[in-house]
Design a protein around this ligand. Structure first.
Ligand SMILES: *Cc1c(COP(=O)(O)O)cnc(C)c1O
Length: 400
């Protein structure tokens, strides 16, 4: 047998084992633009699982900004930013982001995944002790592993647990957390964590992929929502592929921090700079966010309508532990993976696309429907989803 046959055999056995536990994952192909109404495998449905919270991924003004730069500057950036790939569009976006957030400087990465791996590895020394929330995003977990520092997994969103973990680390601690948790929609206790950091000299690293553009005044994110300035939180990461509807990510911090990352963040130094057109798209989306507060208002009205309607119908929203979400991410925990996927399929039959989320993305026994709201949803569509959810959950209860 050739090595490739042997390899395939092992891989096939692992895929079959996943299948047997209802954990095999599959992609669906969409056609046309991304949005609240979406064409998936030949049928039109309402999309309730994207992170395009403000409906900007299909905004023609964002696409036009990208088209203009595509025409003028072509597609690829041609090289890493330190070589010849740093276009004035990249710089304009970095400056616009810093100005919006009130941070000294920002650095553009090609993805949130790259930003977390690059920044953590560069910034956290081997003799540090990382205190990281138990429900942090996979990219933070991998970033933490890439550092050579010791690591404590701290109870989820528990400021007291962070305080004692930081205390035990005796001056070497770093705290790492999502701002808004991606599968639960709840918030990190950022003002408490920042206070712990100030008392004990522990830098706080916040990944705000889901808070940026959604939380806080004007969508300035989780720090602004907690009344914190960027000077109080040394490292802030957010992505451009969620609320801004584009692609890529950035780190915001002091000029010194950004200059250090330019020297040391390997996923930035040794990676081709993102397409200039993508930077233009993100900057156009940021300008819309700043100029048109109605998108954010509509998103929050839609979240409120959904939560109210769920309460009226007895639909049990919320993470397995902790507070209910006031964010666009609304988890409906079903528990069992197979039942979760059956509920997702039954909703799809009714024209609603809601992703089922299973381990290892969420802890064993907490498989869930991850419902996400967008400013682009119409009230009638939210009403329709609530009715369909109610029906599907009732049928599952009867069948159980
Ligand atoms: C999506 C996400 C990322 C990864 O960002 P990409 O730009 O999609 O690579 C990182 N952190 C969190 C919390 C996320 O939700």
């Amino acid at each position: 047998m050739t090595a490739s046959v042997v390899l395939d055999e092992r891989l096939r056995a692992e895929i079959q084992a996943l299948e047997a536990r209802a954990l095999r994952r599959q992609r669906r192909v969409i056609a046309g633009s991304h949005g609240a109404r979406i064409n998936v495998e030949g049928r039109q449905c309402i999309n309730f699982c994207a992170n395009d919270y403000l409906g900007l991924a299909a905004d023609p003004r964002v696409a036009e900004a990208a088209q203009r730069v595509l025409r003028d500057s072509g597609t690829g950036s041609g090289a890493a930013a330190l070589v010849s790939g740093y276009n004035h569009e990249h710089r304009a976006l970095e400056e616009a982001l810093a100005d919006f957030l009130g941070a000294e400087a920002t650095l553009l990465f090609s993805s949130g995944w790259a930003a977390n791996l690059g920044a953590l590895r560069a910034l956290v020394p081997p003799d540090a002790h990382l205190c990281a929330d138990a429900l942090n995003h996979a990219s933070l977990i991998d970033g933490v592993r890439l550092t050579k520092a010791a690591y404590t997994r701290v109870a989820h969103a528990d400021a007291a647990a962070f305080e004692s973990a930081v205390g035990e680390a005796a001056g070497a601690a770093w705290m790492v957390t999502d701002g808004v948790f991606s599968m639960d929609g709840d918030h990190a206790p950022l003002s408490s964590l920042a206070a712990i950091g100030a008392r004990q000299g522990a830098p706080l690293y916040v990944d705000d992929a889901h808070g940026f553009g959604v939380c806080g005044p004007g969508g300035r994110g989780s720090l602004a929502a907690a009344g914190l300035s960027h000077a109080e939180v040394p490292v802030y990461v957010a992505t451009l592929g969620k609320a801004l509807g584009a692609s890529g990510a950035f780190v915001a911090g002091s000029r010194t921090l950004i200059d250090y990352l330019v020297q040391k963040a390997r996923t930035w130094v040794f990676s081709t700079a993102p397409p200039p057109a993508m930077a233009a798209a993100a900057r156009a989306a940021l300008a819309i966010l700043r100029a048109e507060p109605e998108h954010l208002q509509r998103l929050h009205a839609n979240i409120a309508q959904f939560r109210r309607g769920a309460a009226e119908r007895g639909i049990p929203l919320g993470p397995p532990e902790g507070e209910a979400s006031d964010h666009a991410i609304q988890p409906l925990v079903i528990g069992d993976a197979a039942r979760t996927m059956a509920a997702s399929a039954a909703l799809f039959e009714r024209g609603y696309w809601v992703a089922g989320i299973r381990p290892p993305t969420v802890p064993e026994g907490t498989s869930r429907l991850r419902i996400t709201l967008s400013a682009a949803h119409q009230p009638a569509e939210i009403q329709g989803l609530l009715d369909a959810l109610h029906e599907v959950l009732m049928q599952q209860a009867v069948a159980a």
